[in-house]
Design a protein around this ligand. Structure first.
Ligand code: FUB
Length: 342
């Protein structure tokens, strides 16, 4: 994550255009919406953006969020309910600063909220909190998930009941600092700078039955081009940056992600949750604002993408979530989404 580069140059141009969708909620700023269907309703687990008065930098320090609010809707286009504070940073014993993009899952009567936050040494890890109610309040485990690091957890539960966490983000998300398996506090601020080597990969790991631990080794999410070669670091238009998501469509596994500094949402398809995945293309053009982050969910036979932009504030760290329909073409590809109407 970062926040102050090229995309701001296009703000003026984009403001003249008409947005494809309306902000879902205007009373608070929200971003990174992870949507799930629980008990026949849509629950959205977003970041809760605030203005902490911290100047923008490429480390993302201006994204200084302190709590989560969970939102719900009975139907797309219906009333959006804000369930209030589901958990506060003060209630997470190991947390230092910056509650970034969360996700949620359900198993055996318990709801799980997964969240990235920097610890008191300023290193991102992923925590988990539990509740009997999808809207919270959630109670955090006393420590981060052992073996977790970096940001943007996305937890996918397969049709056989097995769950997997996809996670990671480069630049401010610190993934590049874990390249050796241990955190390097003096490591690169962006990627590893080795342009002709395979790009840093998102991570994937199976979740334990209790959903509170990793079960087995953290693996790389390998994305291959159609010639079977891994995408390279220099391929900023296509390589993984942050904001991963997994959905299953017609038996295939769709791994989608943000390209960060080039502001696209792209996807790759595989035959198994661990991949490998074959790169397919861009499916959403840049939104207004530096970051782009989404989730994809099926509800009553239709597919939707939840995403964010900065329509309400014009500021990259004060975002608002939106939803629009997502279409799979007959060949399984995802139809391109343009966040602005022509
Ligand atoms: O909201 C903070 C960060 O911004 C998220 O973790 C990234 O995915 C980006 O959207």
């Amino acid at each position: 994550i970062t926040g102050c580069l090229s995309i701001s140059q296009t703000f003026a141009q984009q403001k003249k255009q008409t947005y494809l969708a309306e902000p879902l909620i205007r009373s608070i700023y929200t971003a990174d919406p992870s949507a799930h269907v629980f008990n026949g309703k849509i629950y959205i687990y977003p970041s809760h953006d605030i203005d902490a008065g911290i100047p923008e930098n490429d480390n993302g320090d201006h994204f200084a969020m302190r709590d989560y609010h969970i939102l719900s809707m009975d139907k797309i286009g219906g009333k959006v309910t804000d369930h209030g504070v589901a958990i506060d940073i003060e209630d997470i014993p190991w947390a230092g600063r910056q509650l970034w993009a969360p996700d949620a899952a359900y198993k055996n009567g318990t709801y799980f909220l997964y969240f990235p936050v920097k610890d008191k040494s300023d290193v991102f890890h992923i925590g988990v909190a539990t509740s009997k109610n999808p809207a919270g309040p959630f109670k955090a485990q006393p420590r981060p998930i052992p073996g977790s690091f970096s940001i943007d957890p996305a937890v996918f539960t397969d049709t056989n009941g097995s769950s997997y966490m996809y996670f990671g983000g480069i630049w401010g998300g610190q993934l590049q600092r874990w390249a050796t398996g241990k955190y390097d506090a003096n490591g690169s601020k962006t990627d590893l700078g080795k342009d002709n080597e395979p790009a840093l990969s998102c991570k994937v790991v199976k979740m334990s039955k209790d959903m509170l631990h990793f079960d087995g080794k953290v693996k790389d999410v390998i994305i291959l081009d159609k010639q079977g070669k891994q995408l390279l670091t220099k391929d900023h238009d296509h390589r993984f940056f942050e904001g991963s998501w997994m959905h299953k469509y017609h038996g295939k596994y769709y791994f989608s992600y943000s390209t960060g500094d080039t502001h696209y949402l792209e996807y790759a398809i595989g035959d198994k949750p661990f991949g490998p995945f074959v790169y397919q293309g861009i499916f959403m053009k840049p939104v207004q604002g530096w970051t782009t982050h989404h989730s994809i969910v099926e509800f009553k036979g239709k597919w939707y993408i939840f995403y964010h932009d900065t329509e309400l504030s014009g500021k990259t760290h004060l975002r608002n979530i939106k939803v629009t329909e997502l279409h799979h073409n007959a060949d399984g590809s995802i139809a391109m989404i343009d966040p602005f109407k022509k």
